[in-house]
Each structure stands twice: as C-alpha cells, then as structure tokens.
Design a protein around this ligand. Structure first.
Ligand SMILES: [Zn+2]
Length: 391
C-alpha cells in the first residue's frame, strides 16, 4: 500500500550532492527518495542490522517529498506548460496571473493538422500590461481557497573546517553550507515548511522508516545542527483519475469550439467542429529516467493495451541527477532525466474504461528507471492544465 507522510523540519536541512572540492554546498528544494532510503540504511547500520537493509528496501518505493505550508495542502509542481507575463509574473491579484498553454496548444495544433487556417498567430498577450505571456513558471503551488506559489527560503552558514589530527581550526578552510530554512514563504506570508511525499510498501516497514527519519534526520551535516525532522502519517486526497480525464476533455472541447469559430476555411469539411478522440496528458511529479532501446531519451512512450502510443506533443527539459549515498559515503553515478513538470500529450480512440484501467496502473507504478527511489512518479491530466485563463 501507499502512505503519504509529512516531514516537518525542526532545524535547517541540507539536501543535495556533496561535492568535496566545492566550498559552497548548495541545496535542493525537494527531498529525493534516495535520501529517505539512505536514512533507513544508516539507521539499520547503527543498530548493527546492516544485513537487513536489502530486506527493508526490496519491495519499498521511496517517493520524493515536496514543499508545502501544511500537511493538508498537496504541493503540485507547475507543469512546464504554465506561463505568465514577464513584467509581473505570478498569481493574481498581486501579479498578472499564471495560465497553462497545453489545452489551447492541442486544439490549435490538431485543428491545423486537419487543415484549419487561422487569422491570427498562436501567441498570448497579457491583458493587464500587454506584454507577451511567455515566462515559464517553475516550482510548486498549493490551492488554499486560491492558488498560492510556494517559495522555499534558503539560509547560509559559514563553518570552520577542523583539522582531523589536532582538532583545531584549519587555516584557510572556511566553508559555507546552504540549507533549507524551516520557514516557507507563501504569497509573502511566512509559515512553517512541510514536505509531503509517498512511501509504498508493507505497513510495518513504513512505520520503521518513520522511526528512522525521526531518529536520524535528513540530508547532510546532521551532526552539525542540520536535518532534524518530525515525520508523520497524513491523508491526501487528489481528484480521481476518471474525473481528471473527463474534465480535461470537457475543457479541450470548449476551447476547440472557440478556436473552430475563428477558423477561416470552415468550408473544408475535414476540419472537425469538436475533438473526435480522447486526449490525456502524462505529467511528471518527479524526474523520469527514460530509455528507448537502452538509449537515454526525454521522449515518453506508453503501452496502452499492447499498442505503443507516442506523444502527439510534449514539453520537457533535461536535468542531471547524481547525488551522495549517505549509507555508503560515496558519490552516485550521474545520469540524465526528464525534468519535474514535463508534459506528454497522448491521443487515443480506445474504450474509455480500458484507457482508465491502464492509466490507473501506470499512475500507481510510475515510469522509467529507479522508481524505487521515487523517480518517474506521474499524474494523469494535471489539474492546472484546465486553467486556460490567467489565475
Ligand atoms: Zn502583465
């Protein structure tokens, strides 16, 4: 089974690859699953149970944890297709609003494929200031009566390196550690930061993982005042898959008809007035390590009832992933992955029931490699795609 947990930092956290030759140690805004797994391993080692590590991690999936302001607000990553204006980027009313381009994009490109001619190019202007809406919004948001962007604040601490032999400060060996502050800013208001994520596995294993998190702490420098946390079980409700697909297609239908209304060559009877297929998106909640014939790729293909489906459109970017194994004290191999927020659009004419079943299991299992460390976590039809007007 899957269990959502909240992780509340009691001290700053240091999360990220520790590079021995760097004086400045940067931190990430999210807690990767490998760090939770590393913490479990360390706890078992400290208890003299190193031989049990395999048994504990074998059938357990360690998800990524994302920043929020409360254990009740699930933080969604902005899809890579969400845009804002350059002048005042961010949610209304403080800024000029954020919207998602994918539904208008599907309608426009599909209609064009059918031969539609449009009187205007496909660009969006900000209604407030007239500038182009082309700034990509990244990070996380929550919905609490309205949309709010999550901003993780960082703090820096300069430390002195100690000489191992003499236990005195070593000359010229100051280093700076950046950490995530336990404070989060939402709409300019400060509050406590909470990380939310999912662990899948047997109940007793999940309880033991919570115990190890609470005992060991998270990230680097736990012996130097970083990484103390409080982990608890929580309930998270995300709209069910069928409703997400239905409302996505309803919105697409509405936008398609609007676009059709301005098509110049309506006499071309090949151009459908409304969509004649089911469209859905696969959205990345964590980075995905994808391969095609053993070659790394950023393009996702899915198996829908024994048919390999290729995306009709996708928006992605790559990131390099590596890291540090706290359990083994060694750097991990660097590889590349599709970024969080990547969007893949698919189109099908299969029976709705069959599609939903396949997609439900895809959502449960995830995609690509290293799923046990939380990579390849997906959401079908991210709810933000329906925001086609700046919010
Ligand atoms: Zn504007």
């Amino acid at each position: 089974m899957s269990q959502y947990l909240s992780i509340i930092p009691q001290t700053p956290l240091h999360i990220g690859g520790i590079k021995p030759n760097f004086r400045f140690l940067l931190t990430q805004d999210i807690i990767p699953g490998s760090l939770i797994r590393g913490c479990l391993s360390e706890y078992l080692i400290r208890q003299g149970n190193k031989s049990k590590i395999k048994e504990y991690i074998k059938e357990t999936k360690f998800g990524f944890f994302y920043p929020s302001n409360s254990p009740y607000n699930f933080p969604f990553p902005f899809p890579l297709t969400s845009l804002s204006c350059k002048i005042m980027s961010g949610f209304k009313p403080k800024n000029h609003g954020v919207f998602d381009i994918i539904i208008p994009m599907i309608a426009y490109t599909e209609l064009k494929k059918f031969g539609a001619k449009f009187p205007i190019p496909f660009i969006f202007k900000c209604k407030e200031c007239g500038s182009k809406m082309d700034k990509y919004i990244t990070g996380y948001y929550i919905f609490e009566n309205k949309y709010k962007k999550i901003e993780v604040s960082k703090i820096s601490q300069t430390k002195c390196a100690l000489s191992r032999g003499r236990k005195t400060t070593q000359q010229g060996m100051l280093y700076s550690i950046t950490g995530i502050n336990p404070i989060v800013k939402i709409d300019g208001d400060r509050g406590g930061i909470v990380f939310i994520g999912k662990i899948s596995g047997a109940n007793d294993k999940i309880d033991f993982i919570m115990e190890s998190l609470n005992e060991i702490g998270i990230g680097g420098f736990t012996t130097r005042g970083f990484g103390n946390i409080l982990a608890e079980k929580i309930e998270i409700n995300i709209e069910n898959l069928k409703n997400r697909i239905d409302s996505f297609n309803r919105k697409l239908n509405e936008i398609w008809k609007l676009m059709y209304s301005i098509v110049l060559n309506k006499n071309n009877k090949n151009i459908p007035e409304e969509p004649n297929s089911c469209y859905f998106t696969v959205d990345l909640l964590s980075p995905a390590i994808l391969n095609e014939n053993n070659i790394p790729t950023l393009k996702l293909q899915i198996n829908l009832d024994d048919i390999i489906l290729k995306p009709i459109f996708f928006s992605t970017n790559h990131i390099f992933i590596g890291g540090w194994s706290t359990a083994w004290g060694l750097p991990k191999r660097t590889t590349y992955a599709a970024k969080i927020g990547s969007v893949y659009v698919f189109k099908t004419n299969k029976e709705e029931e069959n599609i939903n079943k396949v997609l439900e299991s895809l959502e449960e299992k995830g995609i690509g490699a290293k799923r046990d460390e939380g990579y390849g976590e997906i959401l079908i039809c991210h709810p933000f795609h329906k925001e086609v007007i700046p919010v």
